[in-house]
Design a protein around this ligand. Structure first.
Ligand code: TMP
Ligand code: MG
Length: 211
């Protein structure tokens, strides 16, 4: 029994390095929640379906070159262009399971050497997650998992710097889950964290990201 389903939906973000298992776990969590009768959708950033997202996608595939700050602002703009829809879904009672959000935005850009406070600024005012689940996997282990797909950031030295920045961003909304455990064990932990979060968020107002 999933309890009362009358309140707003929860914003649940999964973060972690490339190949940490985020996408698989997002899909598993989503089907579990739906099976429990919750209204939920799976989202991911970058959303490559918009014109901003297509610019990002070409950049990641090394088909275009963009200045580091420019691409940082495009990633942020890609979240801003979805903010109104996110808000209406959440207020309408739909929980969003989001694969990567502002924390990736900051961690990846800071790993290039950009100032971290500068990186945070454009995302102030986006919707704050109710829960951030960080799938913690050693960069070496992530790299071993079937290898990287060849996109721009999928290099081990770079991912190590990204991991350091992720760790510096964690706050009270973060739950760090050991992503090196079995798929099923991780899945079980995510189910419990998400269910508790959805139940607790129902009567809470939405807040804005302030870092
Ligand atoms: P994807 O493989 O999940 O589509 O993510 C694409 C890459 O973009 C991944 O390496 C993480 C990175 N990224 C950023 O650099 N900034 C961001 O704001 C987000 C959401 C992802
Ligand atoms: Mg990728």
């Amino acid at each position: 029994n999933a309890g009362s389903k009358s309140g707003r939906g929860a914003l649940i973000v999964l973060e972690g390095l490339d190949r940490s298992g985020k996408s698989s776990q997002c899909a598993r969590l989503l089907s579990y929640l739906e099976g429990q009768g919750w209204r939920a959708e799976g989202w991911r950033f970058p959303d490559r379906g918009t014109s901003v997202g297509q610019m990002i996608s070409a950049y990641l595939a090394n088909e275009s070159q963009l200045d580091d700050r420019t691409v940082h602002l495009l990633f942020s703009a890609n979240r801003w262009e979805k903010r109104a829809l996110m808000e209406s879904k959440l207020l309408g009672g739909t929980t969003l399971i989001v694969d990567c959000y502002s924390y990736s935005g900051v961690a990846f850009s800071a790993a290039k050497g950009l100032d971290i406070e500068w990186c945070k600024a454009p995302d102030v005012g986006l919707i704050a997650p109710d829960l951030v689940i960080y799938l913690d996997v050693q960069p070496e282990k992530a790299a071993e998992r079937g290898g990287y797909g060849g996109e721009r950031y999928e290099k081990i030295e770079f991912q190590k710097r990204v991991a350091d920045h992720y760790h510096s961003l964690s706050d009270s909304t973060w739950k760090i889950v050991d992503g090196s455990l079995s798929m099923e064990t991780v899945e079980e932990q995510l189910r419990e964290l998400a269910t508790n979060c959805i139940q607790e968020s129902q009567e809470k107002p939405l807040t804005n990201l302030a870092w």
